[in-house]
Write a protein that binds this ligand. Structure first.
Ligand code: ZN
Length: 252
């Protein structure tokens, strides 16, 4: 069966003298692997469209029950002009595809998620500042999309709105809820420490359109705290999730 779909390139590795095996996250078939024959020769034009993070239009020959499909066409669908040139954009984009590589199952179609991934890559590419906010906002949407909940607006114990509290909170990994500082100190409620700034940032970024998420400036400490809390939450609930290595590129 000849198939045409959109795809985001997750990973490519050399195969034999001239070919590559490429992992794609596709609109119609979710994650799958294709073999791209002859793409490493100098004359081949497909090679440039096989770099990780590329948003491409692909055609491949798909056989039932075969692990590898044969790629016949791959063209850049949406050019990302700045993603590869700016370190923070690169870190955010690579972290996004690393997250998908680790957590997506093979050939599980998820059109809304695919659209969200493309939107995120474009927003990262087009961001002027605070690029990592786009990735944080994606993670929060991703968590909700997978059916996990994050309830950050009020203390799960006393019901007080977190916006009215001073002091930090405790984030509970099991439920994705928060406990205010006074409840945490008077009862034996545990959880990851989360600063009020971190909590408010997560709450804001979960509700703001991706393209506008960069309007908020986070300190490096808050940014790293939020990334750590969200990653720890995902590791707690999702099989196969490891710390995102791409984030190590971020300048501190
Ligand atoms: Zn409370």
């Amino acid at each position: 069966m000849i198939v045409q779909t959109d795809a985001v390139v997750l990973h490519a590795m050399k195969y034999g003298d001239t070919s590559k095996i490429v992992t794609l996250y596709t609109r119609k078939y979710g994650k799958l692997k294709v073999i791209a024959k002859g793409v490493r020769s100098a004359k081949n034009k497909v090679g440039a469209a096989l770099e990780p993070m590329t948003i491409a239009s692909v055609v491949f020959y798909k056989k039932q029950n075969r692990e590898l499909s044969l790629l016949s066409k791959c063209e850049i669908a949406i050019p990302l002009k700045h993603l590869f040139a700016v370190e923070e954009k690169m870190a955010a984009g690579l972290a996004l595809i690393e997250l998908l590589s680790m957590t997506m199952h093979d050939e599980h179609e998820d059109e809304p998620l695919f659209s969200s991934v493309v939107e995120t890559l474009c927003a990262i590419d087009g961001s002027e500042t605070n690029t990592m906010n786009v990735f944080i906002a994606f993670i929060i949407r991703f968590i909700h999309h997978l059916g996990l909940s994050l309830t950050l607006d009020a203390c799960v114990h006393c019901g007080r709105e977190m916006g009215e509290t001073t002091g930090g909170a405790r984030f509970q990994l099991t439920e994705g809820t928060v406990v205010c500082s006074s409840c945490a100190s008077t009862s034996a409620l545990s959880g990851m420490p989360l600063s009020l700034g971190g909590l408010k940032s997560m709450h804001y970024l979960g509700r703001t359109p991706l393209g506008r998420s960069t309007g908020l400036t986070l300190s490096v400490q808050v940014r790293d705290e939020v990334l750590e809390v969200l990653q720890t939450f995902m590791r707690y609930h999702m099989a196969g999730m490891r710390p995102l290595r791409s984030l190590a590129m971020l300048s501190r």
